[in-house]
Design a protein around this ligand. Structure first.
Ligand SMILES: [Zn+2]
Length: 64
């Protein structure tokens, strides 16, 4: 698989898979007015976000 194809098919930055998926913890990439990584703790009912510029999995530059 070429690097370009891997980036086109990366499920994490195309919204098809969560970066982290555990019983109470989820992490995914969100696209809003900017791109951010969101970590949610459903047990504590809190979430944290941080702005990102590149997919942490495939390295694709993320823009909205
Ligand atoms: Zn990706």
């Amino acid at each position: 698989m070429t690097e370009i194809k891997a980036k086109q098919e990366c499920p994490y930055c195309h919204g098809h898979a969560d970066l982290i998926h555990a019983e109470d913890i989820q992490g995914d990439i969100e696209f809003a007015e900017y791109v951010f990584l969101r970590m949610s703790d459903d047990y504590e009912n809190v979430s944290y976000t941080t702005e990102i510029s590149y997919c942490p999995k495939c390295g694709r530059k993320l823009e909205v």
